[in-house]
Design a protein around this ligand. Structure first.
Ligand SMILES: *Cc1c(COP(=O)(O)O)cnc(C)c1O
Length: 456
């Protein structure tokens, strides 16, 4: 009998998150204060984050144990199934084995709730009852809304204006859980008013929405803290539950991946599936390939320089060394909204820089095509973001067909696409454009990258 879904006994759930920092092949790059350009201290971050998360942001401990209360929430939907894509393998006539971790079965429909629950919990521990955040496509806002409702906390979401208008049901989803949702840039913050004045009629961007949500926290006198859904170390840390479970599940069927694939927006779901395998690769000297996939319309890792940059348009966030298209870069309106970020997690960036992780970029049309083949074989309609990982995994499987190699491929299905039907509709009508970013557009974005000297 075929075992399509490989489960994991809840009693065998990993009880700690894996921290990649102590395993990094070279010293992690310091995070710098946006004004002084000197390394930030915990006190600098205390205006926006609770100490529990600041400690996790900086810790070099090899693991961080998962609090019982967070584990209890995880157990509502974790462990998520690891699935063997037998039918997809057959459709591709590949000798490769394809496995995927199904994060689409969470309450929010994506991996993001894994960190949302943890972040809400650590805030509540320190008496914070209100969070502000930004959301692009709406996945992160949804996840944080659900997590806040679990702990009866307030949640204020700045939603990129173009998504706010295109995806009214995302807003309803968040409001159903009690969140307040504001189109960004808005009139509710100083920075939002300024950005509207400087860019009349702007459709907004993640960078702008982050600035607004940070301002709300900074000016709240400690009542409201800010929460980010990707990029930061503590976010990547929480997501490692994905890869750790996958490792145990694969082990239970006597498998180990040759290739691990994830899509990359800010880098957190990729870090989640890949970092536990980075650990083995570095400690045991394995040659596992770890592949991050980004859209050709927002080619951060593949075409951005490795440099210090801000995380937001308003230059309120700390400076981090990363691959970046420039904090002013506004990517074309592709449908994988969650992959339209100018920068990336600094751990992922450094591992790409050192050759531990590979990065590739794909156009959206082949991704949607792959996504529908996957949907027909596996019965799950993927998020447009996840379709990038699927397409890369299928390309790898097809190469195996040609070479006869029996590789084991693992990818992360970061979420489902039930709120992305407008995108599928556009694809099916043949209305989706593939954007080739010319040097001119990239150069314009690059011009906003600050000239930062790394402290000696
Ligand atoms: C947000 C999102 C992503 C991209 O964010 P990362 O932090 O890079 O993981 C990918 N897939 C889905 C479904 C998302 O919601």
């Amino acid at each position: 009998m075929r075992e399509y879904a490989i489960s994991l006994d809840a009693k065998k759930m990993p009880d700690a998150w894996y921290n990649v920092l102590p395993d990094m092949p070279s010293t992690p790059t310091p995070v710098l204060h946006p004004a002084t350009q000197q390394p930030v201290g915990t006190e600098d971050l205390a205006a926006i984050f609770p100490m529990g998360l600041i400690e996790q942001e900086m810790t070099t401990a090899p693991t961080v144990s998962i609090p019982g209360e967070v584990m209890d929430r995880y157990l509502m939907y974790r462990p998520t199934p690891l699935r063997r894509a037998y039918r997809l393998e057959e459709a591709l006539k590949t000798p490769a084995k394809i496995y995927y971790k199904n994060e689409s079965v969470t309450p929010s429909g994506s991996h993001k709730i894994n960190t949302a629950i943890a972040q809400a919990y650590y805030n509540l521990q320190e008496g914070v009852h209100s969070l502000s955040t930004e959301t692009g496509a709406g996945q992160w806002g949804t996840a944080l809304s659900i997590a806040c409702s679990m702990y009866e906390m307030a949640c204020k979401v700045y939603m990129v204006r173009v998504s706010f208008e295109q995806k009214p049901y995302r807003k309803s989803f968040m409001e159903a859980y009690g969140a307040s949702v504001i189109a960004s840039p808005s009139d509710t913050t100083e920075i939002g008013r300024r950005m509207q004045k400087e860019n009349p009629g702007t459709t907004g961007s993640l960078g702008m929405a982050i600035s607004e949500a940070v301002e709300v926290a900074v000016t709240s006198g400690g009542k409201i803290k800010y929460s980010l859904g990707s990029v930061l170390n503590h976010v990547c840390l929480h997501q490692t539950i994905i890869g750790e479970e996958a490792k145990l599940q694969l082990d239970s069927v006597g498998e180990y991946p040759d290739v691990v694939i994830g899509c990359v927006g800010g880098g957190s779901n990729f870090a989640g599936i890949a970092f536990p395998f980075v650990q083995d690769k570095l400690r045991k000297n394995l040659n596992t390939r770890l592949v991050g996939v980004e859209p050709a319309a927002c080619p951060t890792l593949t075409r951005g320089p490795y440099a210090y940059d801000y995380g937001d348009t308003g230059k309120m966030t700390p400076l981090m060394k990363q691959y970046t298209l420039g904090h002013n870069f506004v990517p074309p309106g592709i449908h994988a909204g969650g992959l339209r970020y100018h920068g990336v997690a600094r751990t992922v960036a450094q591992l790409v820089h050192e050759g531990v992780i590979e990065a590739i970029s794909l156009y959206q049309n082949p991704c949607f095509k792959a996504s529908l083949i996957f949907a027909k074989c596996e019965g799950i309609l993927p998020a447009p973001e996840s379709s990038h990982a699927i397409c890369a995994a299928m390309d790898e499987a097809v190469r195996c067909r040609e070479s006869g190699e029996k590789k084991t491929i693992l990818f992360n299905l970061s979420g489902h696409g039930h709120f992305d039907l407008t995108a599928y509709d556009a694809y099916l009508r043949g209305d989706l454009q593939d954007y080739d970013l010319d040097e001119e557009i990239l150069e314009k974005g690059r011009a906003s990258i600050p000239d930062v000297k790394e402290p000696a």
